[in-house]
Structure formats: C-alpha cells, structure tokens
Design a protein around this ligand. Structure first.
Ligand SMILES: NC(=O)c1ccc[n+]([C@@H]2O[C@H](COP(=O)([O-])OP(=O)(O)OC[C@H]3O[C@@H](n4cnc5c(N)ncnc54)[C@H](O)[C@@H]3O)[C@@H](O)[C@H]2O)c1
Length: 312
C-alpha cells in the first residue's frame, strides 16, 4: 500500500512510518521540519496550513491519508491559542486533499475531546462537545467535526483515533516538545528536580508500539473498505497516577526522585482511562505493554540513544 502521513517527523508519525516501511508499504511523509530520528521516511517539507486547500506537494495516488500534523502540546496552546486555529486549518486542508482524491482518511485526535469529566472509564460515546477544556481540545473537536461532516456529505471513509499519552520511542526531543515521561526519566536519572502538576492525576499511558499496531490495523481495514466512519479510543485501557509514574521511573533507575508538587495547570485533563473495547472488537487491537513494562523499555531506549547523562 501507499500511505501519506502528515506530521511524519513527529513521535507517532516516525513510529508509524517505520512500522509501515518494515512491513513493505510505501510511505510518503509531509512535515514542516526534517525528520531528526531517521532518514528512512521520505519527507516533503511544507507548511500544511499554507497554500490552496486540497493541494499538497505530493504526486500519485495514496491508499490512505493519516493526518497527524498538529501543535500537539496542550499547555503550549493555552499560552498561544492562535496555534489551535492553525491545527484546525491544517486538518481541514489534509481532509480536503482526501476528499478531492477520494482517499480514506485517518485523523489523530485526542482524549482531550472528552474534557475533564472525572469519569473513571470513558467510551467513545461520552464526548460531549459543549465541554472544551483548552484551545487544544477545541482544535481536536473542530477537526473531528469537519471529518464527520465530510463522512456525511461526501461519503468519505474516515476514522478518528483518540490517542492518550503515547510514549516510548522518538519522543524525547524535550526542547521541542516537553512530554512528561521522557522529561521525568531524564531529570530523575540526572538527579535533577521535577515538578509534578497534579499528583492525583490519573491518566492512560500508551506504549508506542501498541499505538502503531492499532494504527496499522486501521490502515488495512479502512483501505479494504471495512471501515466507513468510526471513532476509536486507542490507549492502554489502564489508569496510573503521576505518583505511580514517578515511582516506576525511580524504581527502574534506582534513584530517589526530587519532586515538587503543584496543582494541575489550566486546560489539563486530570482523570482519563480509556474504554478500548471498540478498538479490540473493530481492529483486533490488543495492547501488550502496561506501564510497568513500558517504563523500563523507555528508559533503555533513552539510554541507548545517549539522552541520559546519569549522575551519581
Ligand atoms: N503523542 C501523544 O501522546 C498524543 C496524544 C493525543 C493526541 N495526539 C495527536 O497525535 C498527533 C501526533 O502526535 P505526536 O505526539 O506525534 O506529535 P509531534 O509534535 O511529535 O508531531 C507532530 C508533527 O506535526 C508537524 N507539524 C505541526 N504543524 C504542522 C504544519 N502546519 N505543517 C507541517 N507539519 C506540521 C510537527 O513538525 C511535528 O513533527 C498530533 O495531532 C497530536 O495532537 C498525540
């Protein structure tokens, strides 16, 4: 198959792109920056929210478009809400490309669309779009709304994935995008202090290979015409507090954390555990890596890549 991935230089795009290449697919990436992790994903560098809607600098027919490009950090968009609008514009343009080329479309949405609803386990039907916790979640809600409208008006096969805290590989370019797991690993390993925003926060952390596996299954299903319009939680299906996370990292590193605790920040979801039964049933998705197994692997990867300066 021939797959177009936008945001292909990012964490999920890189993992997915490499996985598809490994199984023999052809992958074309679109991103406004080069891929700093690998040169195996052919990448066209362009800004997706510029230019004529529906026109992208790529040639030939694709079997599936996977749209992942976005400003992907919740708190960054609280500080710069105009970037949320760029996310919507980017999603619209990629979707318009898919419509004009009659190509099935997969969208990387987020558990943020549920808002901070304090339910223990969340299934796809519980998204209530009068709730928008942050400009980032508003951008994902708007993206989803466009997609549902395209599925309705143009009969475009569409699948929306709601991801949750994906971690494990190609995610520790901390200067570009601060993510809690690689940041805590790095700081605890180096004996430096961490700030925990919301010690009681319960989140669903997804090992990156589980995420890529679910996505590869979805690409096959939508390309084969088995999916017309679906919204699917793709996560581990288990919750962990930030304290659990800190303890697991400390244990795996054999280091005591130096932690300061602060309340959650504006716009942050404080409780989310995904109901993944739909992903299991629709895609045969079966996540293999709980946080207890994923944290040591993430540490190993960061260490092998030279991202950890261990101080004793
Ligand atoms: N990683 C997660 O835990 C997570 C959770 C929920 C949702 N998501 C969503 O999944 C998608 C992928 O996430 P990620 O973690 O790989 O993010 P990422 O930031 O690592 O990758 C996103 C990529 O999009 C590119 N990009 C952004 N705007 C662009 C534009 N206008 N034109 C061209 N390229 C542009 C960036 O350069 C970056 O490489 C995002 O849409 C994100 O919002 C991710």
């Amino acid at each position: 198959m021939r797959i177009l991935i936008t945001g292909s230089s990012g964490q999920i795009g890189t993992n997915l792109g490499l996985r598809l290449l490994e199984r023999g697919d052809e992958v074309v990436g679109l991103d406004w920056r080069a891929n700093t992790w690998t040169d195996r994903i052919p990448t066209v560098e362009c800004n997706l929210y510029k230019g004529k809607p529906g026109v992208l600098p790529v040639e030939g027919k694709f079997d599936v478009v996977v749209h992942l490009a976005a400003h992907a950090k919740v708190f960054e968009l609280v500080e710069h809400p105009e970037r949320a609008l760029e996310n919507v514009d980017t999603a619209f343009r990629a979707l318009e490309y898919a419509r004009q080329h009659r190509t099935p479309f997969i969208f990387g949405s987020s558990r943020e669309v549920y808002g901070d609803i304090h339910r223990h386990v969340t299934d796809e039907s519980q998204a209530d779009f009068v709730v928008a916790e942050s400009p980032y979640s508003a951008s994902k809600i708007a993206g989803e709304a466009f997609i549902y409208s395209y599925a309705e008006c143009y009969d475009l096969p569409c699948l929306v994935f709601r991801f949750s805290n994906v971690y494990g590989r190609y995610d520790c370019d901390i200067e570009r995008l601060e993510r809690v797991i690689p940041l805590f690993i790095k700081r605890i390993a180096e004996g430096r202090p961490i700030v925990v925003y919301g010690r009681e926060k319960v989140l669903d952390f997804t090992w990156v290979d589980d995420c890529a596996d679910g996505m590869a299954r979805a690409i096959d299903a939508i390309a084969a015409g088995k999916i017309k319009r679906e919204t699917v939680n793709l996560a581990c299906g288990q919750g962990a507090t930030l304290m659990d996370l800190v303890n697991l990292i400390s244990l795996a590193l054999g280091k005591e954390p130096i932690a300061r605790y602060e309340p959650s920040r504006a716009g942050e979801v404080t409780r989310y555990v995904a109901d993944i039964s739909k992903a299991r049933q629709l895609l045969g998705y079966n996540p293999q890596t709980p946080l207890t197994a994923g944290i040591p692997r993430a540490i190993k990867w960061q260490r092998e890549k030279g991202f950890l300066e261990t101080r004793d």
